[in-house]
Every structure is written in C-alpha cells, then in structure tokens.
Ligand binder design. Sequence first.
Ligand SMILES: Nc1ncnc2c1ncn2[C@@H]1O[C@H](COP(=O)(O)OP(=O)(O)OP(=O)(O)O)[C@@H](O)[C@H]1O
Ligand SMILES: [Mg+2]
Length: 263
Amino acid sequence: MPHRHANAEVAIHDLTVRYGRHEVLRGLTARVPASAATAVVGPNGSGKSTLLGAIAGVVTPASGSVARHGTGRPAFVVQRSTVADALPITVRQTVAMGRWAHRGPWRRLTRKDRSVVEDTMARLGILDLAERQLGALSGGQRQRALVAQGLAQESDLLLLDEPAAGLDMTARRHIAEALADATARGVTVVHATHHLDDAMRAEHCLLLREGLLVAEGSPAGILRNRHGGCHVSVHAIKDGGEAVGDAGEAIGGLAKDAWDAIF
Ligand SMILES: Nc1ncnc2c1ncn2[C@@H]1O[C@H](COP(=O)(O)OP(=O)(O)OP(=O)(O)O)[C@@H](O)[C@H]1O
Ligand SMILES: [Mg+2]
C-alpha cells in the first residue's frame, strides 16, 4: 500500500491483541505519519480504542509490534472517561495534571506550566469553568477538560479516543482548531472519530472493521474507494479535506454516502 508520508512516527506491524480468547485486532499493519493527524474510523467494536491503547503502550499485544520513532511519553485522552464524582479536583487542577509528565506529580508548577494550562483552557473555551469541580460538570464540559489535559501535556504524540463525542459544534470547533495547531507545531495526532468532517480533516486515515485494517490512506481516497464504481476525482478535495466548487459538492455527498456505508 503506498504511503504519502515517508516519515512514520509510529510503525505498527502484524499487531494482534486478544482479550481472553477474543481476538480484537488481527494482524494489523499500518503507519502513523509524523507531524500529521491520523483518523481511526470504523464501526463500534471494530478495535479503535484497542489500537489507540496499543499505540499508547497500555494494551499489551499478543503478537506483533508497535514501534515509536519518538521517545517522549505519549499523551492519551481516553474515551468517555468516567472520573469519580467525589474526586475533589477542579478543572484547572485537572488540566495542570497534564504538566506532571514534565514536572512530576504534585510538584510546584513553573510559570511556563501555568501559562500552558491557562492557554489550553482558553483554547478549549473552558476558562470560565476553571474553578468548578470536575465531578460536577456536564459530560461535554468534562470531556473538554480532559482533552485540555492531554493538550497541556505537550507531548509529540497525542492520542485521543473520540474527543468530539457528545460535544456541541463550538466545542468541536475548538478541538479541531487545537489539533490543527498541534500538527502545525510538529505534533503527531491520532484520533478515533465517528464524525465524517473530523475524519476528512485528517491527513491520514485508518479504517478498521472487526479488528482488521480494511483501508489506509487519505480520508478522501478511502471514502471514494468505499463507494465502488464511482469515478469522481478526489483532486477537488483540497488539503485539509475542504471541498471546492461543484465537483467538491459532489464529493461531499459522495463522501457522506461512503461514510454511511461504513457504519
Ligand atoms: N477490556 C476488555 N475486555 C474484553 N473485551 C474487550 C475489552 N475492551 C474491548 N473489548 C472488546 O474488543 C472489541 C474492540 O473494542 P474497542 O473498544 O477497541 O472498539 P471500538 O472500535 O473502540 O468501539 P467504539 O466505537 O464503541 O468505541 C469489542 O468487541 C469489545 O467488546
Ligand atoms: Mg472506542
């Protein structure tokens, strides 16, 4: 399979993961390009979270390998995290925990740490929630705080499991912009998503089904190929996935059909 990006931040080779006797990733080989966004898509239960966990190093493969180019600790924002309601921690403290990778737990934060924490909260539109208890937030507010914690870590590999799930349009836009800024700074982003527009914004896409990688490549190319027999050129999709002109509108509809066919 051809790869646009010669530089892989993560090379996954023949990866198999089992939960008990249940094989949930089956001989998966894929690349995650450096300094770009990779979208992991596929139906519920296809293995997206398991793959992110394997890349993060928190899920142990039964066989195969995950090789990282970088050495820093990845930042991992897990799916629909349920934080104990009783945990007495504010949003600001939650985001500040993202700096522990640099400072160690409960260490005094530096001025730089504090400015990263404030900037990240502002970026995700949660500054007004800074002093609220995490456990007392709505699901979407909490999700934004946890995405902010991941961003504040300033890792060169940022893994997010459905960061936009259940969020309103404004919050989704904040996250999309933050991820675009991160890749522009050289961060490698891998995110699982069920949103067509978030997948189209990525530069690379991994499509899973029942633990198998069924397609890898540019999101537009994958969606076109899912729609057998259609010959609309994907060149009308600009970098970043924005459709242009009439052909673009046709592709927008095409992508939607192909996307619906995946799920
Ligand atoms: N801890 C676990 N123990 C046993 N089976 C698991 C465990 N975690 C996941 N599975 C199973 O592994 C398969 C893949 O799950 P995974 O969570 O990776 O899917 P997913 O693509 O992230 O789905 P979703 O879109 O619902 O988040 C599913 O069949 C699931 O039931
Ligand atoms: Mg999942």
